[in-house]
Design a protein around this ligand. Structure first.
Ligand code: LMR
Length: 396
């Protein structure tokens, strides 16, 4: 049965964790996966999470099956976070939200549903994009194309190329957009840029799929939801995948959501019924723990305030780390100006390192980064910053 099964390549991101864990060198540094580490090099357990978990443990909550769409209090808290407390769409009952297995689970549920709706549609992702976007939509049966995004010459956005490519796609393509903290480049659109993208999407009748996995890591919770809210105000129908992996530091709990904006409450009911079928035939219903914790935090004014404070601390610290890296590289006489790192947003820096340089970082220094040159700034700390900077200077 398995004699002809070929060895699959390692996952370009999670495969780095496997290689990192197997590396015996004591001073190794993992800048691969998008995970926030504290100054002590640990994944934080947020105080708001600890409080909510304590209460949940004390309540001895039973672990029955959840509804297929997940915990109602969680789904509605997600909606408010994305669309705003006073969103007319929410008041009109036009948004369908289902709990999902992280942001990836939301993307896959959305992709499977879209495959039933638009089986021949092309999916377009940014060039570059999160490595798993292409694989995920291809595995849902779609043909996946790239639209221009990053301009290596300016280390910024190629807006003209992006708009031209979106215009050139077949009408009714599915366009995957990073709502904030673009992964891997950290280069985001301005409000005016979003407006132009929205107009092309409308003109071409494309289906927007906004992926927002880093809400709160750019400028703030509300600020980072700007694109979602712009699309919400546009009257278009669209998809949103969201995640609390990073913002709640609950990576392994797989807490995300798929939200779909429909034209009416009646339509929302029909859409939900179909999304529930997709979920039921994939994993039946979602797990209880992470979403209960997130719902408890978001629905308690005290815990919510604590969470916002903790998220703000992570956001600020990443900005300091960016600056620290820029200064350290300059002080070490790096041949290249790295000040662009300060302008990038979210957890990542698209460092401009080549595949060969990334390979040397790993082989010679035990420093792991994604092959595209993406490094996770949120894994730096005052102890490893100099080591990493010296290694970068060395491989340049
Ligand atoms: C990343 O991009 O590193 C994260 O989103 C983790 C993942 O699932 O790839």
């Amino acid at each position: 049965l398995f004699s002809a099964v070929e060895m699959a390549p390692r996952d370009p991101i999670l495969g780095l964790n496997e290689a990192f864990n197997a590396d015996p060198r004591p001073n190794k540094v993992n800048l691969g996966v998008g995970v926030y580490f504290t100054e002590e090099g640990r994944i934080p357990l947020l105080r708001a999470v600890v409080e909510a978990e304590k209460a949940r443990l004390e309540a001895r909550a039973p672990r029955g099956y959840l509804p297929i769409e997940g915990i109602a209090a969680y789904d509605s808290a997600v909606q408010k976070l994305l669309f705003g407390e006073d969103s007319p769409l929410l008041a009109e009952g036009r948004v369908v939200t289902t709990q999902s297995l992280g942001g990836t689970g939301a993307l896959k549920t959305g992709a499977d549903f879209l495959k039933r709706l638009l089986p021949d549609a092309v999916v377009a992702i940014s060039n570059p994009s999160w490595e798993n976007h292409r694989a995920l939509f291809e595995s849902a049966g779609f043909q996946v194309e790239n639209y221009s995004y990053y301009d290596a010459a300016t280390q910024g956005l190629n807006l003209a190329g992006m708009l031209a490519d979106l215009r050139a796609l077949p009408a009714r393509s599915i366009v995957v957009l990073h709502a904030c903290c673009h992964n891997p480049t950290g280069v985001d659109l301005s409000s005016a840029d979003w407006q132009q993208v929205l107009e092309v999407v409308r003109e071409r009748d494309h289906v927007p799929f906004l992926d927002i996995a880093y809400q709160g890591f750019g400028d703030g919770i509300v600020e980072d939801a700007e694109a979602v809210r712009l699309f919400a105000d546009s009257g278009l129908q669209f998809f949103v995948s969201s995640s609390f992996s990073k913002s709640f530091s609950l990576y392994g709990e797989r807490v995300g959501a798929l939200s779909i904006v429909t034209a009416s409450k009646e339509e929302a009911g029909r859409v939900l019924s179909q999304v529930k079928r997709v979920i039921r035939t994939n994993y039946s219903n979602p797990p209880t723990h992470g979403a209960s914790v997130v719902a408890a935090v978001l629905n308690s004014p005290e815990l919510r305030a604590l969470w916002e404070e903790e998220l703000g601390e992570m956001r600020q610290r990443i900005k300091q780390l960016r600056n620290g890296m820029v200064e350290q590289l300059a002080a070490l006489g790096a041949k290249r100006d790295f000040s662009f790192v300060n302008a990038q947003r979210g957890m990542f820096s698209y460092s401009g390192l080549t595949g060969d340089q990334v390979e040397r970082l790993k082989n010679e220094f035990g420093i792991y980064a994604v092959g595209t040159g993406r490094i996770c700034v949120a894994a730096l700390n005052s102890k490893n910053l100099e080591v990493v900077s010296r290694a970068i200077v060395e491989v340049l």
